[in-house]
Design a protein around this ligand. Structure first.
Ligand code: EPU
Length: 429
């Protein structure tokens, strides 16, 4: 295991190019299961979750080769007998669930270990399963695995709404199966996240017949099932969550930072929030130029489904708020328990408090470097933001969480002028 050692309070400046979006790449890679034809996915981020997904797909008979320093993956199904996504890989990455819909659609059978809870809270898959059942699949559980079988799939009217909004990976799974069902399906309350829209455009390239109605507050997808899908050549969208993370980093490091390679319309709520905090955000077609001029101000953050501030950004923004004058309130309506990072921010000297439903952040706090422990991907990113704002050296342990979702984080930080090094860590947890 590695640790990151960051020396904070250095001004950062320059340009940082975000990688392809992890959360778009994962279902897009799994889409290779939907066809016998060769597929090419471009702009694939070099992160651990992608490596895990590729290992999982290999166990399911997908042959994968890389070009362009791994950013381009060529995938082709060469063997179709195994339909079992084993526990050892699902345990490592909850997004392994993305293979469920494509397996049911193409092989009419899937066995996937139930992913269970994780650091960010309760994460059931009941909506995925309800949707597949409505399409005609037979579902049972067997010793901790969910087993889905479908001799035939037929069109159906399905709601993808959950108690905390639409499900992102659930929308991708049910949609993949609906694309291969007989007849028309109508998926209501489908997730509107840009990563889902990217997945839809990939399916359309494969010949899927999907129309999107975003006219109302709810997204409705009309799907006319087809007998087969073709291969694809698709480039993944830029990572709006990585962009927001860089903006948070830039906000605590006085300097002009250009964040490029993503679509700013995918992150309007974040740029509005940063502006409210007093960050000067100049929006262009391909990104943001950010600069903090003067003192940061407090604000209220409500993380909700797209187009609101994403749950995947609230921890990083909370870390920025430790440097803002006044009392800020952070609420996460998608994962209300996603505040595991607060205790670690407190170790750096942040004045934070957890109430039943929110985090209270009082600032500005004088952060001082110390040892902290990363607990999940975005919590780790929040610790990087805080470490850059802290005086002296911060050691972030268990950074394999960061490696799951950020490509070359240290390299990109160093290019902006940060003092950061990765070291092997033999610390016993
Ligand atoms: N939910 C249900 N039932 C379901 C599915 C979800 O009640 O069957 C609930 C969840 O418990 C949660 C809410 O619905 O409260 C939303 O969960 P969702 O299913 O949308 O999450 P997900 O698809 O498992 C994806 C991202 C997450 C991101 C969430 C929310 C991928 C691979 N993962 O997860 O990303 O936080 O959507 O936007 O796309 C991350 O990148 O750090 C990350 C955790």
């Amino acid at each position: 295991m590695d640790r990151l050692v960051i020396c904070g309070k250095r001004p950062l400046a320059g340009t940082v190019q975000v990688s392809g979006a992890k959360n778009a790449a994962l279902p897009c890679l799994a889409a290779a299961l939907l066809t016998d034809e060769p597929c090419t996915l471009r702009r694939v981020p070099k992160v651990r979750d992608v490596a895990t997904m590729c290992r999982l797909l290999a166990t399911l008979g997908v042959s994968i080769s890389s070009a362009d320093d791994d950013a381009e993956r060529r995938l082709e199904v060469t063997e179709t007998t195994n339909c079992d996504a084993g526990y050892h890989l699902v345990r490592q990455m909850r997004a392994s669930i993305c293979v469920l819909g494509p397996l049911v659609a193409q092989r009419r059978k899937a066995r996937v270990a139930l992913p269970g809870g994780c650091q960010i809270g309760h994460r059931p898959i009941d909506i995925h399963l309800r949707g597949l059942a409505a399409l005609g699949a037979d579902i049972r559980t067997d010793r901790g695995d969910v087993v889905v079988e479908a001799n035939t799939l037929h069109g159906a009217e399905i709601s993808l709404a959950g108690p905390r909004g639409a499900t992102v990976t659930g929308t991708c799974n049910v949609l993949a199966a609906a694309c291969r069902a007989k007849g028309r399906s109508v998926l209501r309350h489908a997730a509107r996240e840009p990563e889902v829209t990217d997945f839809i455009s990939l399916l359309q390239k494969m010949g899927a017949r999907i129309s999107i109605d975003d006219g109302s507050t709810d997204r409705v997808l009309e799907v006319d099932g087809v007998d087969e899908l073709s291969g694809f050549d698709h480039a993944v969208i830029g990572d709006r969550i990585e962009a927001a993370t860089w903006a948070a980093i830039a906000a605590v490091s006085n300097g002009v930072v250009d964040i490029t390679g993503f679509n700013p319309t995918d992150a309007v709520a974040v740029s509005n929030c940063l502006s409210q905090m007093g960050v000067d955000v100049e929006v262009s077609e391909s990104g943001w130029r950010t600069q903090t001029v003067g003192q940061l101000k407090n604000c209220e953050i409500h993380a909700k489904p797209f187009p609101a501030i994403p749950t995947d950004c609230q921890a990083q923004l909370a870390a920025v708020l430790t440097q803002a004058v006044g009392v800020s309130v952070v609420k996460d309506f998608v994962f209300p328990e996603r505040f595991g990072y607060l205790a670690e921010l407190a170790r750096l000297g942040a004045d934070v408090e957890r109430t039943d439903v929110s985090a209270i952040v009082r600032g500005p706090a004088s952060l001082v470097g110390t040892e902290v422990l990363a607990s999940d991907l975005r919590a780790s990113a929040a610790l990087v933001v805080a470490a850059l704002a802290a005086a002296g050296e911060t050691t972030i342990r268990r950074i394999y969480h960061l490696d799951r979702g950020y490509e070359n984080l240290e390299g990109k930080l160093r290019a902006l002028g940060a003092s950061v090094r990765r070291e092997a860590d033999d610390y016993q947890f």
